[in-house]
Design a protein around this ligand. Structure first.
Ligand code: ATP
Length: 552
């Protein structure tokens, strides 16, 4: 079995009871249906040979078997879907954990739509595996063996036609498995590409409108849709061909079995039962063929889910955690870093210190490595050399880093909900109103902000983000251009508020404005991944005026 399918199918192990219920209900239904058919055939045999039959008893048995088959089918529908959704919920949880584990560092290398496709449509496709495949394959094999043994007790010759043809029926999807696999891969790739572009389009609608790119975008989506349609058509054509071949083989098998029974069983009373049992292998074989037809799609989906869920974390989990001091300093010690093993050095031995209660401003030209320092402090990556310490503890030994380090990022992301809910993101019990006051935002905390904070101005969004960071009470505060979106008046007020808040924090500020940098206790100037100079505003005056010559 393909390793990814085996891995995905193994998820059933955690829901053994539901799986056994599915298996038992399916088996009961199949055996009861076979029993009802045999009883009916026996009655027909008695009738056409003019022999009497205990109709009361036979009717009761037949009715009972039909009732069992019906109830078992209903029960199976319920438990099979219950099993499927239990397993899918579990897998969705694992996909969610995996996305949380590999992001935000690696999400940059993948499209969020692609990850959404794994979490949504790929997982949904697996419903077929759990609700309609695993237990059914086992049952089909069992019914096939039971029917064949019963037919052999009448006359082993009865199996000479149906069993080989049943084997051919099962072999049909196996002949096509390479095509099915290729088509499955293409189908998922086309689905993921379309999903990614649709999500990109919806999120980028304002830019597409402003730059009159809607028509071109529509063409792009039409091309993606055509690719998906071609993949679906090819998959359907193969599926149709498989179904036609299966039907042909079944028809040949049924006709051959009929002829065989007529030859081998001259007694008309026994012939119908012999016919039913001899052909008994065909039903399960057809069912197996139907299930295996979906092999390519299931394999592709299982592969995508498996790859994501088993993707290693970007940084190893904390080991042998140590206690962090309540009023921590932050120290960068000879930090070296490159994003990819063969990429350029981005940080080349950066060292600086942020004492608790002070604000350090990191300045430098675009691309100097400022945001990279922030990413390393938030432990999106680990440095290739050197180390970063918070309260004297290296980051890999801090158990819950984000209890100690919080951030106001460059690209603020607010979630649909109220301002208060957004402020309490990292601290559900926090005093949102107090944090908003500190952040100079006078809006009603109950105000809904819409998706991505769409109903707020850029400056208001930035202040909600500041309030959110302050609400966590983390002692290390990272401000990545937090005041860049504010008008001079609000900037001055927020800068003053942050200056007051800085007394209870070790604060790292990345700023492009002189006005912000002036407030810092210490300034570190980065140039091409190195600390080119550091000191107070006055000490660095010359170099700062040069760097900020064209900025406010
Ligand atoms: N995820 C990434 N993968 C590969 N290279 C990256 C990545 N992020 C940044 N870089 C590169 O690392 C270098 C430093 O980038 P960084 O974002 O730290 O600079 P910065 O000083 O913050 O610049 P800016 O002021 O323009 O934001 C740049 O050359 C950039 O292209």
């Amino acid at each position: 079995m393909n390793p990814s399918i085996r891995w995905v199918a193994g998820a059933v192990g955690a829901h053994r009871r539901a799986f056994i219920s599915t298996l038992v209900s399916n088996l009961l239904g199949q055996l009861a249906a076979l029993g009802a058919t045999v009883t009916g055939a026996w009655l027909v045999g008695r009738a056409i040979s003019g022999q009497s039959a205990p109709l009361d008893l036979a009717g009761a048995v037949l009715g009972g078997l039909v009732a069992v088959a019906t109830l078992a089918a209903w029960w199976e529908t319920y438990v099979a879907h219950d099993l499927a959704y239990l397993v899918l919920a579990r897998l969705r949880g694992q996909v969610y954990d995996a996305i949380a584990r590999i992001t935000p560092a690696r999400l940059l290398g993948r499209r969020s739509g692609d990850l959404s496709a794994v979490a949504l449509s790929d997982i949904e496709t697996l419903e077929w595996l759990f609700a309609h495949t695993l237990a059914q394959l086992i049952t089909a094999g069992t019914v096939l063996v039971a029917g064949s043994v019963a037919a052999a007790t009448i006359d082993p010759l009865l199996l000479t036609v149906s069993l080989p043809l049943a084997a051919f029926v099962v072999a049909v999807p196996l002949w096509f498995r390479n095509t099915s696999r290729r088509q499955g891969d293409e189908l998922r790739a086309a689905t993921a590409e379309l999903t990614s572009d649709v999500i990109d389009t919806v999120q980028g609608m304002p830019e597409l409108t402003a730059f009159r790119a809607l028509e071109r975008r529509r063409d792009l989506l039409a091309r993606r849709t055509r690719r998906l349609a071609r993949a679906q058509a090819a998959d359907a054509a193969r599926g149709g061909l498989e179904a036609a071949l299966t039907d042909l083989l079944l028809a040949v098998a049924a006709a051959g079995t009929l002829l065989l029974v007529a030859t081998v069983i001259p007694n008309p009373a026994a012939a119908p039962v012999a016919m039913v049992l001899a052909a008994g292998a065909l039903g399960p074989a057809a069912q197996v063929a139907l299930l295996l037809k979906e092999y390519g799609a299931l394999r592709a989906v299982a592969g995508r889910v498996h790859t994501l869920v088993t993707a290693p974390a970007n940084v190893p989990p904390p080991r042998e955690p140590l206690q962090v001091a309540e009023r921590p300093d932050v120290v960068f010690e000879d930090v070296r870093f490159r994003y990819t093993p063969d990429g350029p050095d981005v940080l080349r031995g950066v060292s600086f210190r942020i004492p608790y209660g002070q604000t350090v401003a990191l300045v430098g030209a675009s691309g100097a490595g400022k945001s990279t320092c922030v990413s390393l402090l938030l432990r999106y990556w680990d440095p290739d050399g050197g180390r970063i310490l918070v309260g004297g503890v290296p980051l890999p030994r801090i158990a819950d880093l984000h209890r100690h380090v919080t951030v106001v990022p460059q690209d603020v992301r607010l979630f649909a909900g109220t301002i208060e809910e957004n402020v309490r993101l990292g601290a559900p019990g926090a005093d949102a109103a107090a944090a908003l006051r500190t952040a100079q935002l006078t809006l009603d905390p109950e105000l809904p902000v819409g998706e991505r904070g769409a109903t707020l101005s850029g400056g208001q969004r930035a202040r909600v983000a500041v309030a959110r960071a302050l609400a966590t009470s983390a002692p290390v505060l990272v401000l990545d251009e937090a005041v860049a979106n504010l008008d001079p008046d609000n900037e001055a007020r927020l800068t003053e508020a942050l200056r007051q808040a800085a007394a209870g924090h070790a604060t790292l500020v990345i700023a492009h404005r002189l006005s912000t940098i002036r407030q810092a206790d210490h300034i570190v100037l980065l140039e091409e991944g190195r600390v080119a100079a550091e000191g107070s505003y006055d000490e660095l005056g010359e170099r700062l005026s040069h760097l900020f010559a064209h900025r406010p």
